[in-house]
Design a binder for this molecule. Structure first.
Ligand code: NI
Length: 135
């Protein structure tokens, strides 16, 4: 089994806010991430596909097809967008890094042309990232 990773970067803004909590609770939980007008991040996304090496092509997956899929399903929909308002697959979801990584997994899951989706790693800052493996 081999693990093939494609990295993509994009910028997006968001606001962490839970409608079912009070303003005070939201500020306590999310701090400056609750700023009413949002704030931005330069996200780094790493998508890992696991599979066997095809004896004919020598590939687990044609990395170009993985790149194209990530661009089509994720980057084109989120880059330079506000995650709370402009992204169909984030509708009604609090855009924490955790929830965003799960939503990205769901965007890609079942669409990988060869091998299988192994993990989605999403960096919100250089020092903070989450990794989701579908369960
Ligand atoms: Ni943030």
């Amino acid at each position: 089994m081999l693990y093939v990773t494609r990295r993509e970067v994009f910028s997006a803004s968001h606001r962490l806010h839970n409608e079912s909590l009070s303003s005070i609770e939201n500020r306590q939980i999310y701090g400056k991430c609750n700023n009413p007008y949002g704030h931005g991040h330069n996200y780094v996304l790493e998508v890992v596909v696991a599979g066997e090496v095809d004896p004919i092509t020598g590939y687990v997956i044609d990395i170009k097809s993985l790149k194209d899929l990530i661009i089509e399903q994720v980057v084109s929909k989120v880059d330079h967008r506000h995650l709370n308002y402009e992204v169909d697959f984030m509708k009604g979801i609090i855009p924490t890094t955790e929830n965003f990584a799960i939503a990205i997994w769901n965007q890609l899951s079942g669409k990988i042309p060869s091998g299988k989706l192994y993990s989605v790693k999403l960096y919100e800052t250089e020092n903070n990232y989450v990794e989701y493996k579908g369960e």
